[in-house]
Design a protein around this ligand. Structure first.
Ligand code: MSP
Length: 651
């Protein structure tokens, strides 16, 4: 390649509405592997990822946490970035839709579309799914519920701007059915039948019911609806209509947008329509993969079925996780995530297959030749087959990378790993080593293995960027020999190559023990929202010393009388015998108890609170209750005790 060709690849920008999970990792790891492979091939790569930070859901989540939406997204965006560092993701740019330059560009894009007559003001009424922030038509609902998340929808109406989609219907249908844009192309039929043929509906592109969005410059009641905001990221991140970056001309149109099927419609129909309206070139490919499911359901934080990628990566190494999710998932289909399948795969492919091939070969070079191969050679049976498979591998992998079929690329590479392991069995170096006359043959067998490992590890380094450099170091490959250029050639390692034994690349995992531990982690993780709330509250309570506790004097009291406090709906006035005297305590529990209900009962009360006047009655203490919930859901029960006399102290 004389002048470097460019290659632009993007992940979706993720919603920071919860922590990232293994599902998010899939798309990002897949894009990272392609980006790394393209760099290795010599392309000038731009790999973009980021977070989609506006919208009602974020506004609500932030409110739940009692922080501003910006504070909320700042925190989660950092968690996403931390995960990508941990997974060794080599993105070139990270876009946040709250970045000023993006906001500015989106406002200009919206205005341009308006000026061109593609955006107009109207009124929307329809079925609205709040969690998905999507309006649906009656026919799109599944059993009357949101087709995306299965939750209830509500009838909603609002003034809104709309984007005219119909002028682009024919071009989009052609794009989907006659070009290589959509991958796999089999998905085109469902898009054409469900959305285009029935008549492309105009898209609602603004909201007035929440504030956390990009304001429409010429009508500040409205904020830009998330999809126009989000999809624009692919061009604003290159500097389209902003001064922050200036590589739009260099990288656009994108070579590959990768997404899962949940957002295919937006990328296959709406995004091309937006670009057509803006008169910009269309991206070359949209690669759509299925979902990683867990027990048959889409993996998601809100379903509580999430496997934390930090935990898995820490236990088995980021590369093992990267390998597993890419190897499991065919482009287009769903794949069920299972800890057991993952661990077995790591053991069989990585520990026994690849790891063992490297460690056995290196160990034999050390054992039989002190670590450095001699120059003598003697060809033999099986060599040509191994060498042929190794040298033809690169072209096959190139082909699958070209088609975004990572699972197939890995399958091809691991065929060569198996072939090499079989070659060890066929040539039996330990038998050759018994006779000094076989020295040249033994050296050849070991050299062939080392040079095969060089090819395999070079091609795999795009997929497993942490461990493959270690494998290459162990077999004595340097930067030049471990290059893409040399990955279709044989006899590249020096004749007298010196190996360097290292740690096991992928230690074997004790399946039973690990499954047990992972299951218990998931169980704790998988707690209900109430438990999560309590956990959060408990974490937020300041610790006290025993003296602080002892400062509250809590005792048993006997309720002698009780009446309502005049002019108050909430207050009851209790006469409590504290073991020595009677005292008055006013308590705000009239919504939960009739006055006579507690008379004769022994309750617990704080005796040493400073007296306060409540609705004109002086209260000398506080009755203790257990409470839960708020508003109409609030529950309350006064703490009572049997078998202890009034005046007994609680400690
Ligand atoms: N913010 C939008 C995307 C805007 S792109 C212009 C969004 N965000 S998201 O956080 O919900 O991410 C959805 C994407 O995350 C999927 O399309 C997919 O790439 C990835 N995945 C999330 N969960 C997944 C699985 N369980 N399985 C596979 N991919 C998953 O939609």
């Amino acid at each position: 390649m004389c002048k470097k060709e460019t290659f632009y690849i993007t992940t979706p920008i993720y919603y920071p509405s919860g922590n990232p999970h293994i599902g998010h990792c899939y798309t990002t790891v897949a894009c990272d592997s392609i980006a790394r492979y393209r760099r290795m091939q010599g392309y000038d790569v731009m790999f973009l990822t980021g977070t989609d930070e506006h919208g009602l859901k974020i506004e609500q989540k932030a409110a739940e946490k009692g922080v501003s939406p910006k504070e909320y997204v700042d925190e989660i965006a950092e968690i996403f970035k931390g995960l990508w560092r941990f997974m060794n993701i080599s993105y070139d740019r990270y876009i946040r839709t709250t970045d000023d330059y993006h906001v500015e560009s989106v406002q200009k894009i919206f205005k341009t579309l308006y000026d061109k007559g593609y955006i107009y003001k109207g009124e929307y009424s329809g079925k609205y799914c709040t969690p998905c922030e999507s309006f649906w038509t009656e026919s799109q609902l599944v059993d009357g519920k949101c087709p995306e998340c299965g939750r209830e929808v509500t009838e909603a109406k609002e003034e809104a701007y709309f984007f005219k989609m119909s002028p682009f219907a024919d071009r989009i249908e052609k794009l989907l059915t006659e070009t290589d844009y959509l991958r796999p192309k089999t998905r085109a039929t469902e898009l054409v039948n469900n959305f285009i043929r029935p008549g492309l509906e105009d898209l609602c592109v603004s909201r007035t019911t929440f504030k956390w969005g990009i304001p429409v410059t010429f009508d500040d009641k409205h904020v830009v609806y998330v999809w126009i905001d989000a999809l624009s990221n692919y061009i604003t991140a290159l500097g389209y209509l902003n001064d922050r970056y200036d590589d739009y001309d260099k990288y656009w149109p994108a070579d590959t947008h990768m997404v899962a099927k949940d957002i295919m419609r937006f990328h296959a129909i709406i995004w091309p329509a937006m670009l057509m309206a803006l008169e910009l070139p269309l991206p070359k490919h949209l690669a759509v993969h299925g979902w990683i499911t867990f027990n048959g359901q889409k993996m998601s934080k809100s379903l509580g079925n999430v496997v934390d990628p930090f935990i898995l990566g820490e236990r088995y190494g980021a590369d093992a996780i990267r390998y597993h999710i890419m190897r499991e998932m065919a482009l287009g289909s769903d794949s069920s995530f299972s800890n057991e399948i993952m661990i077995n795969r790591i053991n069989s492919d990585l520990a026994n297959g690849l790891g063992n091939l490297v460690s056995r070969t290196v160990a034999m070079v050390e054992k039989y030749f002190g670590g450095t191969l001699p120059s003598e050679r003697e060809a033999g049976e099986f060599d040509d087959d191994l060498i042929g498979q190794a040298t033809s591998l690169r072209a096959k992998v190139d082909g699958f990378i070209e088609k975004t079929q990572l699972q197939n690329a890995l399958a091809e590479i691991f065929k060569v790993v198996s072939r090499a392991n079989k070659y060890i069995d066929e040539t039996a170096p330990w038998i050759l080593a018994k006779d000094e006359n076989n020295r040249a043959r033994l050296a050849t067998v070991l050299y062939n293995l080392l040079d095969t490992i060089r090819i395999v590890a070079t091609l795999l380094s795009a997929f497993m960027p942490t461990t493959m450099p270690k494998a290459l170091e162990q077999i004595g490959a340097d930067e030049n020999s471990a290059s893409y250029e040399n990955a279709d050639k044989f006899n590249v390692l020096p004749e007298n190559v010196t190996v360097k034994k290292g740690e096991a690349l992928f230690p074997r995992i004790d399946v039973e023990k690990e499954i047990e531990e992972l299951n218990s982690i998931i169980k704790n993780n998988d707690e209900d929202p109430r438990a999560a709330k309590i956990r959060e509250e408990l974490a937020g309570v300041a610790q006290i010393g025993i003296d602080d506790f002892a400062a509250s004097d809590i005792r048993v009291g006997e309720v002698k009388a009780c009446e309502k406090v005049k002019k108050s709906k909430k207050l009851l006035k209790f006469t409590i015998f504290d073991g020595a005297d009677e005292r008055t305590i006013v308590s705000g529990i009239a919504m939960f108890y009739q006055p006579e209900e507690l008379v004769g009962k022994k309750i617990l009360f704080v005796s040493n609170l400073k007296p306060v006047k409540l609705c004109g009655v002086e209260s000398h203490g506080m009755i203790l209750s257990a409470v839960e919930g708020e508003g109409k859901d609030e529950k309350l029960q006064v703490l009572t005790i049997d078998g202890m006399p009034a005046g007994a102290k609680i400690c």
